[in-house]
Ligand binder design. Structure first.
Ligand code: FES
Length: 136
């Protein structure tokens, strides 16, 4: 497996939250999160399907409840294993998926549409407003 696509060791992933990382699509950087569900590791883009500029994981791990990701803005719930919104203003919408695979105790990005950039966010955020700086 290509070491440039290595996102994180399995041991780095939280049990009841998300692990934030940055990917690149051409010139555009975007965020995604890893979630563990049973024995699986899945990855979703880090953006709510209600307002797509709202991040689920703001840098400290997204809130999770009973296997669902919680959007802190208006309370939408997304099933961690399917990405489907089960409750909230965007019910039945689906989070955008990112392909990853687990090998030798680590998670690798395998999605041909993206390059791995780094762990965490690459963008500076104004935490008082939850909006990114300088990109609007
Ligand atoms: S922005 Fe996520 S529920 Fe409204």
């Amino acid at each position: 497996m290509d070491e440039n696509s290595r996102i994180a060791a399995l041991s780095e992933l939280p049990d009841d939250s998300t692990f934030l990382f940055t990917i690149r699509d051409g010139f555009d950087e975007e965020e995604a999160v890893l979630v563990t569900q049973d024995e699986d590791v899945l990855a979703w883009k880090n953006y709510c399907q209600h307002w797509t500029d709202v991040r689920l994981d703001k840098g400290n791990g997204a809130t999770m409840r009973d296997g669902e990701l919680v959007c802190g803005k208006h309370g939408a719930l997304f099933e961690a294993d399917s990405g489907v919104c089960s409750y909230g203003p965007c019910e039945d919408a689906v989070l955008d998926s990112v392909d990853v695979t687990v090998e030798d105790g680590a998670v690798y990005l395998t999605d041909p549409d993206y390059e791995f950039v780094q762990q965490g966010s690459s963008i500076e955020y104004d935490l008082s407003s939850n909006r990114s700086l300088g990109f609007e």
